[in-house]
Design a protein around this ligand. Structure first.
Ligand code: UD1
Length: 417
């Protein structure tokens, strides 16, 4: 079991390059299954979730070539329609092969997907949309199985702008007969990137980034290439860590507009943030102010940044309030932060953070990916050393985490015990 040992109290300083977005790659890779020719992706982060998705693709018959941060995926000879149980359980995003396989092969079988335990994360929106497009589902032995000779265009209104359902339905609709319209679609930058990639393959997708996406089905899709967009959550995490340590850092390879909700919240807390040469400077004031936040679908404040900002607020004088509206079980970091001396009270979906004078190093455990990032943030602020267990969660979403932090001056070490 690997763990991090972190000694707090050192301000972060210097430059950090942000890698390609985990959530984008986890959508672009399944999209490659739609193409009859090879696709290339560049600036692919080295993450365990990406590794798992590549294994999913190769068990389905796709040929994969890797060269550092570039990938070629050739799904020309796609032949299998079943995702193995072990891989489906390893991550939620395995459900994103549902739409592409159904569109391409007319048949798919996936065990119910796993991933971080941050809520029940049902798939009803994916299934309802695909049913409207003519797919027939059976749900047996813990597997979702779907069949459709040829999907048909449909008008779909999502109950909630689910990121995964929007992505699955767009992908399925690219090869359907006729036009599909998705109302109340998710508007995340990952959806826009997916649209660009699919259109480069020959698809006809319009409207991504707004809440209505329109897809005209085509007969076949060919190869395409895409540089993966920078990871807005990785960027936001380092911004919070810079503030937490009263440091000043420069982030290279970011798209500031993808970070607007996060920069607005951090500015409200007193952060100095400035765009320069395609990057962002972030520096801490002498004293931060408490802030309230409420997680919302994009362009609102991202649920994937809630835990890190909460960790930051534990040492800010006054009361901050965090309300989680996206996932019902995303406060597991609260108990661990309290072990380090934080004063946080939970009331349903709201966490009330009362700033304390100091945190002290402790043994804590990551309970999901972003909870892990929050605990490292707290450990960087704490007095003394902390040990963070379950860091396999952190490896799912942060490429070269300890190297990047060490380059910024943090004292962090990975140990095996
Ligand atoms: C994606 C991101 C994840 C992020 C989340 C919300 C990837 C790989 N993961 O996850 O990092 O935290 O968006 O921004 O891109 N829901 C239903 N029924 C459905 C689908 C979803 O009730 O059919 C609910 C979920 O339980 C959850 C909420 O909708 O409460 C949001 O889920 P969704 O937007 O689908 O998130 P993911 O695509 O799983």
């Amino acid at each position: 079991m690997e763990k991090y040992v972190v000694v707090g109290g050192r301000p972060l300083s210097g430059k950090v390059r942000i890698g390609g977005s985990k959530n984008s790659v986890l959508t672009l890779l399944p999209a490659c299954l739609l193409a009859e020719d090879a696709c290339n992706l560049y600036d692919v982060p080295n993450l365990s979730d990406v590794e798992n998705m590549l294994q999913v693709l190769s068990t389905l018959g796709a040929a994969i070539k890797k060269n550092q941060n570039s990938l070629t995926v050739d799904a020309g000879r796609l032949q299998f329609e079943t995702v193995p149980d072990r891989l489906a359980r390893s991550m939620r995003a395995s459900n994103l092969v549902l739409g592409p396989l159904l569109a391409r092969l007319g048949h798919v079988r996936i065990p119910y997907p796993g991933g971080c335990l941050i809520g029940s994360r049902p798939m009803d929106q994916h299934i309802r949309g695909l049913r409207l497009m003519g797919a027939e589902f059976t749900d047996r032995y813990g597997c979702i199985e779907a069949r459709a000779k040829k999907l048909k265009g449909a008008e779909i209104c999502l109950d909630f702008p689910s990121v995964g359902a929007t992505e699955n339905l767009i992908m399925a609709a690219t090869l359907a007969q006729g036009t599909t319209i998705i109302h109340n679609a998710a508007r995340e930058p990952e959806i826009v990137e997916l649209q660009n990639f699919l259109n480069a393959m020959g698809a006809k997708v319009k409207g991504a980034g707004s809440n209505t996406v329109r897809i005209e089905g085509v007969d076949r899709l060919g190869g395409a290439e895409q540089v993966v967009t920078p990871d807005r959550i990785e960027a936001g995490t380092y911004m919070v860590m810079a503030l937490a340590t009263k440091g000043q850092i420069f982030l290279e390879n970011v798209i500031p507009e993808h970070l607007e909700a996060v920069t607005a919240k951090l500015r409200e807390a007193g952060a100095r943030i400035q765009e320069e040469n395609g990057g962002l400077w972030i520096g801490s004031p002498r004293r931060l102010k408490p802030v309230d936040l409420k997680t919302m679908p994009y362009p609102g404040f991202p649920t994937d940044m809630q835990a890190q900002v909460m960790a930051l607020m534990t040492l800010v004088k006054g009361t901050s309030i965090a309300t989680e509206t996206i996932f019902e079980n995303r406060f597991q970091h609260v108990a661990e932060l309290c072990r380090m001396g934080a004063n946080i009270r939970l009331e349903g979906r709201t966490a009330i953070v009362q700033g304390v004078e100091s945190l002290s190093g402790a043994y804590v455990e990551a309970t999901d990916l972003r909870a892990g990032a929050a605990l490292v943030t707290a450990a960087l602020m704490a007095e003394g050393a902390s040990i963070i267990g379950n860091i396999h969660y952190i490896d799912r979403g942060y490429d070269q985490f300890e190297q990047k932090l060490a380059n910024l001056g943090a004292q962090i070490m990975r140990i095996t015990s």
